[in-house]
Design a protein around this ligand. Structure first.
Ligand code: CP
Length: 319
């Protein structure tokens, strides 16, 4: 028995171009790596001898470390670069930086950047697989894939399951990518939060917008909380953080509105006492650390698939 996968995309820029079959292929390979790791296999040879550059031009803990660990588990050499430690701080363009990274022998480039569209731009600049680790408020596809992978582990098929995303939707790349991924999987998505951060215009994506928190929470199978993205807001969208928490924070009183077995998710970093009470973040409903753990396996799968597409290598793994 072997796991044979078909994959033709060398870049992962956003969720939109992925078919349902593509998402299931990523999940199958992530499951393969998760099961292998949990059975004691800590190294796989899919990227042996390859060099992966982790170009992180915005702060990150989870995504950067998960990609670094994923590379090491796949036997690749992984080098992480931050903006302060690169010649971007001396005025070099992103295009020149990328072309130099390729000249140095990069086989895959992972990039986080503050500008929406930067990952797509990079993918049209160099013929090396580009994986988007978050670009501005546009997309964070690997986060959405690890979130939905975690949901499927907990809920099984998410078709017709109700997922409420609560918080700063307007500035959130995590929300945008999750909306696309959840809809492709057939989930029913509700967006909730203040009307300044969750405008009705989002309904054009095929979701429900609710400014009534009780309605949005009480029949949800999963609640995905988001922090306020201060770094992307050019003006304030509610009077103060305290007032946001008073109106929209998930606290113990509001937790009585949710179903007893509803799943609480958060991409991190969490602001305890702001969008979520500490007790709820650490409760048995919370899968926040499972999301982080699954981030390694989902990113192993994406690295393997994108590299295989670029090198036109067939994926056939012993089961
Ligand atoms: N979820 C997420 O992107 O976290 P980091 O910013 O720590 O990578």
């Amino acid at each position: 028995m072997s796991l044979v996968l078909t994959w033709e995309k060398q870049n992962l820029i956003s969720i939109e171009p992925l078919s349902l079959a593509d998402i299931n292929t990523i999940f199958s390979l992530a499951r393969y790596y998760k099961q292998g790791t949990e059975s004691g296999q800590l190294k796989f040879d899919a990227l042996e001898g390859r060099t992966v550059i982790n170009l992180f031009l915005e702060p990150s803990t989870r995504t950067r470390l998960a990609f670094e660990i994923a590379c090491k588990r796949l036997s690749a050499d992984c080098i992480s670069v931050s903006v302060g430690a690169s010649s971007l701080s001396k005025g070099e363009s992103l295009k020149d930086t990328a072309r130099n990274i390729v000249a140095l022998g990069a086989d895959v480039i992972i990039m986080r950047h503050s500008s929406s569209g930067s990952a797509d731009y990079l993918s049209k600049t160099v013929d090396t697989p580009i994986i988007n680790a978050g670009d501005g408020s546009h997309a964070h596809p690997t986060q959405a894939l690890l979130d939905t992978f975690t949901l499927t582990e907990r809920l099984g098929d998410v078709k017709n399951k109700k997922v409420t995303i609560l918080g700063d939707i307007l500035f959130s790349r995590v929300a945008r990518s999750n909306i696309h991924c959840l809809l492709k999987l057939g989930a029913k998505v509700t967006l909730a939060g203040p009307n300044t951060l969750v405008p009705k215009e989002f309904e054009a994506m095929g979701v429900t917008v609710s400014h009534n928190l009780k309605d949005a929470l009480e029949d949800a199978d999963a609640i995905m909380l988001l922090r306020i993205q201060h770094e992307r807001q050019t003006s304030t969208h509610f009077p103060s953080i305290g007032e946001y928490t008073t109106s929209f924070g998930l606290n113990e009183r509001r937790a009585h509105w949710i179903k007893p077995n509803a799943i609480i998710m958060h991409p991190g970093p969490i602001n305890r006492g702001v969008e979520i009470d500490s007790k709820l973040a650490d409760s048995s409903n919370s899968v926040i650390l499972e999301q982080v753990k699954n981030g390694v396996f989902v990113r192993m799968a994406i690295l393997h698939l994108c590299h295989a597409a670029h090198t036109q290598t067939k994926i056939s793994l012993p089961k």
